[in-house]
Design a protein around this ligand. Structure first.
Ligand code: CAA
Length: 285
């Protein structure tokens, strides 16, 4: 499978990171957003990253201009018609995912690969939005935040995903300079299945006043060599995201270690969603 043209649906934090990495790997990238304002914001985030790289001396002016030529914005699905691979990165709502894939089903060529960047929903549940011949080409491509920095992508196979698709996705991930692990279409895949109970446990420790928020984080950072402590990382991921991922995992497995602790629910109810809202376990202003 020859992948040259990449479509990204959704240019939020994850979508813009994926688009940036794909453009940097030399692909022609089409980014689709719901309206012009969201598109401009997403594209500005990518251009901002290239500006910062240029200021640090990691990109020349010519290289930055060349990257810009690999990035195209659109608000229509029709503009994605020529894409060989499309990655959906819209918010984590199945109704939105189904609408997106129904539109992609309408416009894409018959051989196109269709991927979702979902971190918590079932990939196979997207199937009803697609024509039967496309199901072998549907898979998950789960990137990690911040996408330009994190070197892992989970390649998620459904029962219908074929070997050619998996091989093409592994090659795509390698061309992005990242490492792929193959994960089953089970809640949390591999990484969140292990990471989320750890983060929720750290919240329970804070709730039970085992130690201060800062000391829990310092303990895990310096004691275990993690780049961020668990409460810092939860704020970084977003506490609303943490709560919704916990709900999906708890519903699937019914184990107490996946249950959202009350401190998490209270912070989310108070609008303290972590770094993006200015406060969570920490104050970010
Ligand atoms: N976007 C792009 N680049 C970023 C960035 C961002 N948000 N944050 C940092 N960087 C870049 C910096 O520009 C810098 O690049 P250079 O070396 O080229 O100058 C590099 O990353 C290191 O940054 P810093 O020195 O400022 O900070 P750091 O060394 O503390 O690294 C970090 C920052 C990479 C975020 C690091 O703290 C880290 O790895 N944290 C853990 C992140 C993590 O675990 N992510 C997974 C979240 S779980 C998830 O995503 C799954 C899910 O489904 C919920």
């Amino acid at each position: 499978m020859d992948i040259q043209h990449i479509g990204i649906v959704g240019c939020g934090l994850m979508g813009s990171g994926i688009a940036q990495c794909a453009a940097e790997a030399g692909y022609q990238v089409w980014v689709k957003e719901a309206d012009e304002a969201l598109l401009a914001k997403g594209l500005a985030r990518i251009q901002g990253a290239w500006e910062r790289a240029a200021v640090k001396g990691k990109l020349t002016g010519d290289q930055k201009a060349e990257l810009g030529r690999h990035l195209n914005g659109t608000t229509t699905f029709a503009a994605l018609a020529g894409c060989d691979l499309v990655v959906e990165a819209v918010p984590e709502r199945m109704d939105l995912k189904l609408q997106t894939f129904a539109e992609l089903d309408r416009v894409l060529g018959p051989g196109a690969l269709l991927c979702t960047n979902t971190s918590s929903l079932s990939v196979a549940q997207i199937s009803p939005a697609l024509s039967p011949h496309r199901l072998a080409r549907l898979a998950g491509l789960h990137f990690f935040n911040p996408v330009p920095v994190m070197p892992l992508v989970e390649v998620v196979r459904t029962l219908a995903t074929d070997e050619d698709t998996l091989a093409a996705l592994r090659a795509f991930v390698a061309k992005l300079g990242k490492t792929a692990v193959l994960a089953p279409d089970a809640p949390g895949f591999v990484v969140n299945r292990l990471l989320v109970p750890y983060l929720l446990d750290a919240m329970r420790c804070a709730e039970q006043k085992l130690a201060t928020v800062e000391d829990i984080d310092t303990g895990m950072k310096l004691g275990c060599g993690h780049p961020m402590g668990p409460l810092h990382l939860s704020d970084f991921i977003g506490l609303d995201t943490m709560q919704s991922v916990a709900e999906v995992l708890f519903e699937a497995f019914g184990e107490p270690r996946f249950k959202a602790p009350s401190v998490l629910r209270q912070l989310v109810a108070a609008g303290r969603l972590g770094r993006k809202s200015g406060s969570g376990f920490y104050r970010w202003e």
